[in-house]
Design a protein around this ligand. Structure first.
Ligand code: ZN
Length: 293
C-alpha cells in the first residue's frame, strides 16, 4: 500500500514547513537527524528542521522534497543508513514551489536521474521538464515545399518534438519546447508574413487586473518591448507571446496578431475605414511610422 503513507507524508511536510517559515535560517534546517521508519514503506530522511520523506518500492523509491542544497548530503546519508541506494530514487516529488529548493532538486536529479513530479496548480501531479526555446525547425525545408505545392500544413503542434544534435543525427530530449517560440521559429523559417498567436483572451491588456486596465488594439514592437521590460506581460501568461511576437518582427515578419481562435480571421481584416476591429496587432515600429507619416 503506497497511497496511504503518501498522504500522511504530504500532510507532515506541510506542517513542518509552516513551522520552519516562522524561524528563517534556523540552524536546525541543516542539522543532521537520525533517519527512521514512520510506517510500512515510509521513512523519515530529513534534517532536524526540514522534513524529507522516502517511500520505497521494489520498482524504485520516491523522495518527497529536496529542500536546501546543503541538505542533499544529509538526505543521501540518511537513505543509505536505512539500507537503501540513493541512486534507486526514481521520482523526486515536490510538494511546494520554494525557489531555494531548486538547486537541491537539480543536484538530486543529477545524482539519481530521477524524474521531478509536482502538483500543477491543483490540477494533479505532473512530471516537470525544462521548456527550452527552439533554435531551428529541422523540417522547415519540407514544410516550405508543401506550402509551395498548395498544401495546408499543420506543424510544430504543442511546440514540436524536441531533439538535440547527437553524434549521428539527432536524439530526443526530455523537454517541452516553448509553444510561442516554436510558432515564431516556424513562421520565420518559412518566411511568413503574419504570425497569429491564439490564446484564451481577445486582446492583450495593459495594467491587467487593475482599474487602469485597457485593451491594446495596435501597438509597435518598441512599445511591446518597453511594456515587457516594465513587467506588464508576466512570464507564464502573456510574456512568452509578446517575446515571440517581437522576435518574429525582428526576424523579418510584418505583423503579429494575438487573439482568440474564434476572432483570428476577423482580426486579419481591417474595417472599411482601415481601423482594426478585434484582437491585438503588433507591428515593427518603422512600419507603423511608414503607414502613418
Ligand atoms: Zn520549502
Amino acid at each position: 500500500m503506497v497511497s496511504r503513507p503518501f498522504f500522511v507524508a504530504v500532510g507532515l511536510a506541510t506542517a513542518v514547513l509552516a513551522a520552519a517559515a516562522q524561524a528563517p535560517n534556523s540552524p536546525d534546517w541543516t542539522a543532521p537527524f537520525p533517519p527512521f521508519k514512520i510506517a510500512g514503506n515510509l521513512y523519515y530522511v530529513g534534517s532536524k528542521g526540514l522534513a524529507n520523506y522516502l517511500i520505497t518500492t521494489p520498482e524504485g523509491h520516491i523522495l518527497i522534497n529536496s529542500d536546501l542544497e546543503a541538505n542533499v548530503p544529509l538526505i543521501k546519508a540518511s537513505v543509505e543508513k536505512l539500507g537503501f541506494k540513493f541512486t534507486d530514487i526514481k521520482i523526486l516529488l515536490i510538494s511546494h514551489a520554494h525557489w531555494d529548493h531548486n538547486a537541491a532538486s537539480d543536484t538530486v536529479k543529477k545524482l539519481t536521474g530521477a524524474w521531478t513530479i509536482a502538483d500543477d496548480s491543483g490540477r494533479g501531479y505532473r512530471r516537470i521538464v525544462p521548456s527550452p526555446k527552439p533554435v531551428s525547425i529541422i523540417e522547415s525545408a519540407a514544410i516550405r515545399s508543401l506550402i509551395a505545392s498548395g498544401a495546408v500544413v499543420i506543424a510544430a503542434g504543442g511546440g514540436g518534438i524536441p531533439v538535440a544534435a547527437a553524434e549521428d543525427g539527432y536524439a530526443g530530449v526530455d523537454a517541452v519546447v516553448d509553444k510561442d517560440y516554436a510558432a515564431e521559429q516556424l513562421g520565420t523559417s518559412i518566411g511568413a508574413d503574419t504570425l497569429i498567436l491564439v490564446t484564451g483572451v481577445e486582446q492583450v491588456q495593459l495594467n491587467f487586473g487593475t482599474p487602469q486596465q485597457r485593451p491594446l488594439d495596435l501597438i509597435t514592437s518598441a512599445e511591446a518591448e518597453r511594456w515587457l521590460a516594465d513587467g506588464q506581460f508576466p512570464e507564464g501568461s502573456m510574456g512568452p507571446k509578446v517575446h515571440a511576437a517581437i522576435r518574429f518582427l525582428k526576424n523579418g515578419g510584418r505583423r503579429v496578431v494575438i487573439t482568440t481562435p474564434e476572432l483570428a480571421a476577423e482580426a486579419l481584416e481591417p474595417a472599411a475605414d482601415g481601423t482594426l476591429r478585434v484582437g491585438t496587432t503588433i507591428v515593427l515600429s518603422d512600419s507603423l511610422a511608414a503607414a502613418n507619416p
